[in-house]
Design a protein around this ligand. Structure first.
Ligand SMILES: NC(=O)c1ccc[n+]([C@@H]2O[C@H](COP(=O)([O-])OP(=O)(O)OC[C@H]3O[C@@H](n4cnc5c(N)ncnc54)[C@H](O)[C@@H]3O)[C@@H](O)[C@H]2O)c1
Length: 397
């Protein structure tokens, strides 16, 4: 016997589509203990809302997200809105006794994130919280974590994370992602948040210090196109002077860090690296071997086993598509058939439904307390970037 979980979602664009797809796909592939019922979609764009609801299978729609808190039928509210509204929406839902699955970063500011963590703690008897760090749920990442836990890499010495994209050059308009008051930060909160989560998840260790950072805003002004501007949209070149607005976030942020177990780490996030579309990479080097992952080749994990004899030692390319050997693989296609971006979200929806249905998740799920730890590291890197500790080379003779 399976029960039902009535789900509502706030946000009807990029993540609105990714999450709608996840809630639609999860039951037939995973047969979870609870089946999601796509109850209500809440969005701000009334003209598209009805068609969005029909297209993605939502039974009701509303332009007032507050309706979700007031509706006793809804069990879980999924938040896919810009970072500045996560706090208000998540806390309202927790106070109404709902489970909450919120997008990352948890919030735009550490203060908001702390308030969310505290609200989740207060509501914990009734409500569970989840944060959509979806890259944890790539089979190759889950498998890498298993190798670390089995001691196959030995003591971890290095973590090297780079999350590089190339959509943020001068012709990209002033999306909410470039406004500090809405996003909190730029490439940093957007991309380094994922990398920090992956680094904590893979090593099982906390970052204890950030030691040096640089942030750069390459494009200080961008075309104002209003809320209609979407990710991937470009501002048109016109002869008429275009109204411009100030970009108030970083386009790139790099920082160094130390882990509790002694490993040293580097993180780099940018939206301005041609040749890299969504290159979310992480490499771990341990005393006995290394692993590396690149989301642009997401079904593969590369392993270097230093204990193999020197003559045949080398990087091994492992397709993480084998049922029973790699996390989630058995729920999809016969072994060797690859999966893509959307499957990370479906895999996460499956684990949420397992946990709410009283079962164990395939891989641990991040909650608000977890995401608050990520937010602390984001904040530390921003402080480090501001404080400097700069050594101009002209002073070194
Ligand atoms: N997990 C991932 O890989 C991933 C990828 C992209 C975005 N995100 C995160 O998802 C969230 C949403 O990003 P997106 O790319 O979907 O943005 P988007 O701009 O594509 O969509 C945002 C949606 O929120 C709605 N919205 C905006 N302000 C609102 C408000 N005050 N009240 C109600 N609805 C509001 C908009 O109308 C829109 O439907 C962000 O937190 C972002 O960081 C995560």
């Amino acid at each position: 016997m399976t029960g039902t979980l009535d789900v509502a979602l706030i946000g009807q664009r990029f993540m609105g589509r990714a999450h709608s797809n996840a809630w639609r796909q999860v039951a037939p592939f995973f047969a979870p203990p609870l089946h999601p019922f796509l109850h209500t979609i809440a969005g701000r764009d009334p003209k598209d809302l009805e068609s969005f609801a029909k297209q993605w299978g939502w039974t009701h729609w509303t332009t007032r997200w507050q309706d979700l808190a007031e509706d006793p039928e809804i069990d879980l509210v999924d938040i896919g809105t810009p970072n500045d509204v996560h706090k208000e929406q998540a806390i309202a839902m927790l106070e109404a006794g709902k489970h909450v699955a919120c997008e990352k970063p948890l919030a735009g500011t550490l203060d908001d994130a702390r308030a969310m963590r505290d609200a989740a703690k207060k509501a914990r008897r009734k409500s569970k919280t989840f944060v959509w760090f979806n890259y944890r749920r790539c089979p190759a990442i889950g498998f890498a974590r298993k190798l670390v836990q089995q001691g196959r890499l030995g003591k971890i010495l290095h973590v090297r994370a780079k999350y590089l994209q190339s959509w943020g050059f001068a012709d990209t308009p002033l999306l909410w992602r470039f406004e500090k008051k809405r996003a909190g930060s730029g490439a940093h909160g957007d991309l380094n948040a994922h990398s920090i989560d992956l680094a904590r998840f893979l090593t099982g260790e906390e970052i204890v210090s950030v030691e040096g950072a640089i942030a750069q805003t390459f494009y200080k002004e961008r075309a104002l196109l209003g809320d209609a501007a979407q990710l991937g949209g470009k501002s048109k070149k016109t002869k008429k002077a275009q109204a411009m607005g100030k970009s108030t976030v970083d386009d790139a942020l790099l920082f160094l860090a130390r882990f509790a177990g002694g490993a040293v780490a580097s993180f780099e996030a940018t939206r301005c690296a041609h040749g890299h579309e969504n290159r979310n990479t992480i490499e771990l080097n341990g005393e006995k071997g290394s692993v590396r992952f690149d989301f642009e080749d997401m079904n593969v994990l590369e392993l270097f086993d230093a204990e193999v004899d020197a003559a045949t030692r080398g990087w091994r390319r492992i397709m993480c598509t084998t049922a029973d050997a790699h996390p989630y693989a058995g729920n999809w296609w016969p072994s060797a058939h690859v999966i893509g971006y959307e499957h990370g979200f479906v895999n996460m929806a499956a684990d949420i439904l397992r946990v709410l249905g009283g079962q164990e998740p395939e891989l641990p799920l991040p909650d608000f307390a977890d995401a608050y730890e990520v937010q602390r590291v984001l904040e530390a890197a921003q402080i480090a970037a501001k404080q400097g500790g700069r050594i101009p080379l002209r002073e070194v003779k």
